[in-house]
Design a protein around this ligand. Structure first.
Ligand code: PMP
Length: 428
């Protein structure tokens, strides 16, 4: 059934470390051979062996309207004929920036980069350059890309592979990264009381998606905001996952909390490699060439990436009903899965907000990284493979969020719920 994938994986491993260009794809958390994809349309992906899957990863977020969304594909085709890169400014960059500024609360300016990693790395540099301070606070199990400073107690693949300390990240860099448990305001207060004058920023996933999906507890983000205000610290919302997904204006809009700097990725590029960071003019004008905080990119603002992102964002902006539909679909799925798992007598927790969700097999609420780590990973592994065999493609790690697309139909959701029932039956 997976023979072509197996052959392709074997070949890939000869020339690509681990056979993949990003670790989580290797199925290390769940075992088995990663499935090599061939094409996808709407809610479905087809692998190299011709198996079809309902997709709950959606390229880890960008495909919010499903794969190969026609308007995005057409726009890319047209723009590709103009040239795939100029290395000079184009009008579309301004149009995208204007659109983003109009959608996201509390920002005046945007700088485009090529990935979420670059976005977070650059936002942190800006915060350090602006405040003249070196340290920053991050949360255990949050992931802000693979820049050195963020690889301390990180989520996502770092957590899946159980890498406690990343070789290559120097001690001196790691010393400036202060890390505390998610949702633990007293721990932040204590750190700030001790070292506040050296702390440039607090960076947080306003809804965490890199240790499964974990919601901020009431008062957590509000508390971070007031700690930052009282201590001259900048609050960075990493909205690489949540941006344009939880609402048009992301978590800032949905949860009603203002950040000083915001980072984006995924949806902002419509599936092309794009990231961005944004903030108030007064802050953003510390970036070169206006200010001295240097940041640059040969392919930044790439015309194909810009038109793909613009087309997708424009659709989301014009059709707010999409968010309502996504919420309805997520609720339907969550309720169906709760019922299916409950009926099978499986202890579980499903966290979700909007179209982000995850399933942990545990009897206690999953509120931080240590709770997520304590869940039954063996059962998750069997659940994942049971679903895969039945044509449902879930994230291959419990330390990842599921992302729904609006291409999903009620039939797809029912199919998924039935697959969960059948999987649990088979596991029994
Ligand atoms: N921040 C968050 C919240 C993310 O989820 C990710 C990637 N999953 C990143 C940053 C890094 O983005 P990229 O993989 O595009 O570098």
């Amino acid at each position: 059934m997976y023979t072509t994938s197996e052959t392709l994986f074997e070949k890939a491993r000869q020339v690509i470390p681990g056979g993949v260009n990003s670790p989580v794809r290797a199925f290390k958390g769940v075992g088995g051979t990663p499935v090599f994809m061939k094409n996808a349309k709407g809610a479905y992906m087809n692998d190299a062996d011709g198996n079809r899957y309902i997709d709950y990863i959606n390229s880890w977020g960008p495909m919010i309207l499903g794969h190969a969304y026609d308007p995005v594909v057409k726009a890319i085709q047209e723009y590709a004929t103009y040239s795939t890169s100029f290395g000079a400014p184009t009008e579309m960059e301004t149009k995208v920036a204007e659109l983003i500024v109009s959608m996201v609360p509390n920002i005046d300016m945007v700088r485009m980069v090529n990935s979420g990693t670059e976005a977070c790395m650059s936002a942190l540099r800006l915060a350090r350059g602006y405040t003249g301070r070196n340290k920053f606070i991050k949360f255990e199990g949050n992931y802000h890309g693979h820049a050195d400073a963020f690889l301390v107690n990180a989520g996502s693949g770092v957590a899946t592979l159980d890498i406690q300390a990343v070789p290559g990240v120097t001690k001196s860099v790691a010393e400036d990264t202060l890390s505390v448990p998610y949702n633990n305001l007293p721990a932040v207060e204590q750190l700030v009381a001790e070292q506040g004058r050296d702390i440039a920023a607090i960076i947080v996933e306003p809804v965490a998606g890199n240790m499964g999906c974990i919601l901020p507890q009431p008062g957590f983000l509000e508390g971070l905001r007031s700690i930052c205000d009282a201590n001259g610290i900048l609050l960075i919302f990493d909205e690489v996952m949540t941006g344009f997904r939880l609402a048009r204006g992301g978590a800032q809009e949905l949860l009603g909390i203002k950040a000083d700097l915001v980072t984006f990725g995924k949806i902002i590029g419509g599936g092309m490699p794009v990231g961005a960071f944004a903030g108030r003019k007064e802050l953003m004008e510390h970036i070169a060439p206006v200010g001295k905080v240097y940041q640059a990119g040969t392919l930044s603002g790439n015309p194909i990436a810009m038109i793909a992102g613009y087309t997708l964002l424009h659709t989301l902006n014009e059709n707010p009903v999409i968010y309502q539909q996504l919420d309805e679909k997520a609720n339907y799925l969550v309720n169906g899965l709760r019922e299916a798992l409950g009926a099978a007598g499986v202890v579980h927790q499903i966290n979700h907000l909007g179209s982000m969700m995850s399933v942990h097999f545990a009897e206690y609420p999953i509120v931080d990284f240590s709770a997520a780590s304590g869940a039954n990973n063996e059962l998750f592994r069997r659940f994942f493979h049971g679903m895969l065999e039945r044509g449902v493609y879930l994230p291959p790690s419990a330390f990842e969020s599921w992302f729904l697309s609006n291409a999903l139909t009620t039939e797809d959701l029912d199919f998924t719920i039935n697959a969960a029932k059948a999987t649990m039956q088979a596991i029994k």
